[in-house]
Design a protein around this ligand. Sequence first.
Ligand SMILES: [Zn+2]
Length: 249
Amino acid sequence: MSPERYSRQTLLKEIGEEGQRKISAARAVVIGCGALGTHAASLLARAGVGRILIVDRDRVELSNLQRQTLFSEQDIGEPKASTAERMLKRVNSVIEITSTMTDVRADSVENLVDGATVVVDGTDNMETRFVVNDACVKLGIPWVYGGAVGTSGMVFPIVPTGPCLRCIFPTLPPTGQLPTCNTVGIVNSLPTVVASLEVTEALKVMLGQDTTPELLIIDVWHGDLQKIRVKRNPDCESCGKHHYYAYDR
Ligand SMILES: [Zn+2]
């Protein structure tokens, strides 16, 4: 690898040459390639993550272009996953980038995340996040939850020794109860911030550094940042009782 490509991050004491070798040896899986996923995949590819898998079931729509930065008008109607892969291969041709147009469900998720150093959440619904959470808890794979709607978003890093997403959200909310980008909209500067925080946590995982079990809640419009400490729930259906995929519909 050319030392110049990553020179600005190997200068960082948080990463360095040794850290760059770890990033190059890592495998990241990005589940969902919408606003969060395009930003996350882009940052991961530019950082030199050795192997990246992009998973998404959808095709590019005109309303995506406001915030999904890997797509252009020419891509409308094309699968998001392969379009993002093609774009990012132009950014970094020395790493392995693959993609799959797949619906993430209980029967497909383990194959997708198996062997990952870290999984990054780019999904837009809690049902898929619960599936990803359970697969990662079951297989002992770190993953980073991220969500963004309206002007506010959340980020939470999940590692095998700490609390999981279902320690925070024990049950799946009924379909249609939570606000989504389709119902309340989203300011396009928000996913950039949320995905950046997610990737920062994912880099820490790849570098073997500790993450903090804190739920970060950010509102970009009002400039608010809250941190809520999360404890492991011994009665958690996922990391406590190991009842995986019980809610999958
Ligand atoms: Zn849990």
